[in-house]
Write a protein that binds this ligand. Sequence first.
Ligand code: 5AD
Length: 355
Amino acid sequence: MKLHGNMREPDILSWLLERNASRLSELYSTADETRKKNVGEEVHLRGLIEISNFCSENCLYCGIRNENKAVVRYRMDENEILDSARVATGFGYGTVVLQAGEDAGIDAHWLADVVKKLKSGFDLAVTLSMGERHLDDLALWREAGADRYLLRFETSDLRLFNHIHATNCARHPRLEKLQQIKALGYETGSGVLVGVPGQTHESLARDICTFRELDLDMVGIGPFVPHPGTPLAAEFARQRSDSGFVANSEEMVYKVLALTRILCPQANIPSTTALATINSQAGRQNGLNRGANVIMPNVTPGSYRRLYEIYPAKASSTETAGQTNKAVLDMLNSISRPRGKGKGFRAGATEADRD
Ligand code: 5AD
């Protein structure tokens, strides 16, 4: 069966449905070789700062959705964010990722100022993950020096997208937003959930082709993890295991990860926290051996990180930044992969290109 960067959707679909262990190990080793050849052995570390869990949206899968009244809400102030960035640089990370719910309380000018301070005070790349913000805000932040923007499109299937976001959009809003983000000159990241109820293998094959069509710089892939405070947890519990829909299993995540590496050889691909959540023992390292080349260790202060519960039992949610850092470095040592130097821009781009 075909296994190369120009594979078409039907071949990708057959790989998603593949169950033969020796064929799957061929898939994983091809992805691993493709990773080695295109982005090398280095694993880039990005310090994740979860700056606010306020959210105006009601995504049916997400624990910090607006209607989840059980969530205690917080928003970090500027000094707390700069302190977390100091922790990240202290660990030698080359990037901080500022992530939040869709929080109108994050004033665009305020965040632009924080970005400027991060860029002038530290030698860091700054990634933002603030949801579907207005073009003017995205432009302002880019102007302020933000290097990258993450916005997962979650699924390319518009019907499923509308269902899991309680929307009724005629066109895919995030695919449109990603075009704006790219046009502003951000390194652009996206990704999907694997195994959300109602997801077909055909649509997942389309998602993977969409990563290639968008020529993404970063692609994040993680399993759907049901959160009891959300409507999709009940829908997940009702879905029969023989439904024919995509499983939210570790193996399915590895297949998607490996196929993504083969189709997007130069992309930065994290071994995600959600993967580490469903296999706390080996999820992260298995991801790195099946196509991934990035880890995003959490550096959010402990009092807040427990509250950023997009799904339950999130890996590292009860650790300190120091403990997470040590666990990640020990794991890299154990698989003989060096940590990345510099800011870890997309392969092929030089740091000078980005300034
Ligand atoms: N399970 C797994 N991933 C989730 N996300 C949100 N809720 C869940 C969940 N229940 C992911 C989404 C979002 C990213 C920040 O977290 O894909 O884009």
